[in-house]
Design a protein around this ligand. Structure first.
Ligand SMILES: Cc1ncc(CO)c(N)n1
Length: 221
């Protein structure tokens, strides 16, 4: 049987192609993405990263051995470090005041994604939780590399691109893939099937997150 990650990626290869060609990512690479759309994105992403960090911290608590605990706890910290960077430099550069951020609601797509992660974190076993968190790493590593390869230079979004195409993030992703494969390899078939469902759902939610930023999504009522 192939590794979980190879099977999961193969199931989502078509959707990954769709994601990398989304207007948000194409325009970000070209440097033509509107500031309004990028601001919507980083505001929602700051909200998202707090939920993502919480999911990773719960995964750390569920980990079967101290090595994995430390790794996942470090990733939880990493998510908050990126969130702080958004809050610091990015919010300052784009004129997003802290109180404006505090008062901003999660968009429907962000709310859905964070709710999915926290529900999975509290209700599902370790293997399924890792599978739900893996696309957040893996899709960004692939999209980051893909955008870097075709990015216009200079690009107003260079700092964002470097975060995800950078070696530190790329290494964290490789470790997360290995950790997920190791966990799912020992899981019962029913758990492996749930892990696939969680991975597929997270890839869909990644698409929805970028799409919602592009549409400047708000609550309809
Ligand atoms: C929505 C989303 N998914 C994944 C990442 C990468 O951690 C991010 N910053 N935001």
């Amino acid at each position: 049987m192939s590794t979980f990650s190879a099977a999961a990626w193969a199931r989502n290869a078509g959707l990954y192609e769709t994601i990398r060609n989304m207007p948000f990512n194409t325009e970000l690479a070209a440097g033509t993405l509107s500031e309004e759309r990028f601001k919507h994105y980083i505001t929602q992403d700051a909200h998202y990263l707090i939920g993502f960090g919480k999911g990773l911290a719960i995964a750390a608590a569920k980990a079967p051995d101290p090595e994995r605990m430390v790794q996942l706890a470090n990733s939880a910290q990493g998510a908050i470090v990126v969130e702080r960077a958004l809050h610091g430099t990015f919010f300052a550069d784009y004129g997003i005041a802290p109180e404006v951020f505090e008062a901003s609601p999660l968009s429907p797509a962000c709310h859905h994604y964070v709710s999915f992660i926290t529900a999975t974190a509290w209700s599902e076993p370790y293997e399924v939780l890792l599978a739900a968190l893996l696309p957040c790493f893996w899709i960004y590593a692939e999209v980051g590399n893909d955008i870097l390869a075709r990015a216009a230079s200079p690009n107003p979004y260079a700092a964002w691109i470097e975060t995800y195409a950078g070696e530190e993030f790329q290494d964290a992703v490789k470790t997360m893939i290995a950790t997920t494969d190791e966990a799912v390899a020992e899981a019962a078939p029913a758990v492996r099937a749930k892990a696939h469902d969680a991975f597929d759902r997270a890839v869909q939610l990644e698409w929805m997150f970028w799409d919602s930023a592009y549409r400047l999504e708000t609550w309809p009522v």
